[in-house]
Design a protein around this ligand. Structure first.
Ligand code: NAP
Ligand code: MG
Length: 401
């Protein structure tokens, strides 16, 4: 069988621990035997980041900017313990955070659905995609403990012009205060990424805040979002996509009654909370994909889970593992499908689809890793090893082509 040629390069970001093992298997068994593709490879494994003083992370993000499509393996975000474990020069910052800030992108999480795993929320039949604005608010908050009576004010000193003062509270007794901020440019990029992704997925777009209470801060988000939606009205209409703004509490309640196929755009804190609610509602982290979408139209695909450290230590001891590779496989297939779409090469897009169908076919035939067994109906008699599952997908893929 001749290989399918991919016209433009795909940027590949390698990672750490168990997901690095899985990543290599996927590449060797599901991708390279079938595709003739120029992979621009960057090793984002923690040792390589350390060795290059983390320059490799910046280079990889710039490569995605240049080529438009990246696929990423999960990576360690080092803490003090990891610095000791891997003898690092320092606790390098999160690669995902850095890539996100270079591409100015928004992360969307999307569950992979199969017939024999029913979401905890009965009405959810199609994916609910969650888009979290990832800049500012309490994540860049400035806080103060007020331990005796006194006035706390907000003071704005423009470079040009008189200052404005606003009383936050005249404390008669101890208490606490917090100052938070956001940036118009960041909110606009967020809105544009959400619109792009809703169009690319063909799903409804919802946005929620609490603007009835926060009449300036949250209302600003609502207004900017509405302006960006208005600017793309023709594209949204053409794609048949409706935009809805709902109060956050209303949206939370309504979401429980929807069938899905909705992109739910949320501010930073709401997105933090509801991405975990939605992930838990759909079942397993092993079945949750994540895509970073830049407002300029670049895409980076990855699994939503981490490097599955506990399984890696078992693997190092020589014990068999049963780690779910589905989200990592979908990172590859998502990147391949997007590459095909951007290059206008339908055979590449079809191959991406074929990988996904092979994965779903296996799961629906009861061929799964251990984490999925408790979620399934009917329950399979046995579960696969990490490699056994990938081999089963490869066999099914081969058959389907
Ligand atoms: P994790 O990798 O998400 O795994 C936590 C637990 O969830 C696992 O021990 C396992 O549970 C279960 N799990 C997650 N993914 C699974 C899969 N594919 N198949 C089967 N079970 C799965 O989180 P972690 O082990 O706490 O974190 C490890 C490293 O990942 C950290 O250094 C963190 O910085 C990094 N991280 C990276 C990313 C990223 O690159 N996007 C995201 C999050 C975390 P059982 O042990 O019960 O089997
Ligand atoms: Mg969270």
């Amino acid at each position: 069988m001749s290989k399918i040629t991919v016209k433009t390069p795909i940027v590949e970001l390698d990672g750490d621990e168990m997901t690095r093992i899985i990543w290599d298997m996927i590449k060797k068994k599901l991708i390279l035997p079938f595709l003739d593709v120029d992979l621009k490879y960057f090793d984002l494994g923690v040792q390589k980041r350390d060795e290059t003083d983390d320059k490799i992370t910046t280079e990889s993000a710039l490569a995605i900017k240049q080529h438009g499509v990246g696929v990423k393996c999960a990576t360690i975000t080092p803490d003090a313990e990891r610095v000791l474990e891997y003898h690092l020069k320092k606790a390098w910052p999160s690669p995902n955070g850095q890539i996100r800030s270079i591409l100015d992108g928004t992360v969307f999480r999307k569950p992979i659905m199969v017939k024999n795993i029913t979401p905890a929320v009965r009405t959810w039949k199609k994916p609910i995609i969650l888009g979290r604005h990832a800049y500012g608010d309490i994540y860049r908050g400035v806080e103060m403990i007020v331990d005796q009576p006194g006035r706390v004010e907000m003071v704005y000193t423009p470079v040009d012009g008189p200052e404005t003062r606003l009383l936050i509270h005249d404390f008669k007794a101890p208490g606490i205060v917090m100052g938070i901020h956001n940036l118009e440019k960041s909110i606009r990029s967020f809105a544009r990424s959400c619109i792009n992704y809703a169009i690319s997925e063909g799903v409804e777009l919802w946005f929620s805040t609490k603007d009835t209470i926060s009449k300036k801060y949250h209302a600003f988000f609502k207004d900017v979002f509405a302006q960006e939606v208005a600017a793309r009205k023709d594209d949204l209409d053409r794609a048949g996509i409706h935009y809805r703004y709902l109060l956050i509490d209303d949206a939370a309640a309504q979401m429980m009654k929807q069938a899905g196929d909705i992109l739910w755009a949320l501010t930073n804190y709401d997105g933090d909370v509801f991405s975990d609610v939605v992930a838990a509602g759909f079942g397993s982290l092993g079945m949750m994909t994540s895509v970073l979408v830049a407002p300029d139209g670049q895409f980076e695909f990855e699994a939503a889970h981490g490097t599955v450290r506990r399984h890696y230590y078992e693997h190092l001891k020589g014990n068999p593992t049963s780690t779910n590779s589905v989200a990592s496989i979908f990172a590859w297939s998502g990147g391949i499908k997007k590459r095909g779409e951007l290059d206008n090469t339908p055979d590449v897009t079809r191959f991406g689809d074929a990988i996904e169908q092979a994965v779903i076919g296996c799961i629906e035939a009861g061929i799964v890793t251990k984490d999925l067994v408790p979620l399934m109906d009917p329950k399979p008699a046995a579960y696969q090893t990490t490699e056994g599952f990938i081999d089963a997908v490869a066999a099914r893929l081969q058959e389907s082509l």
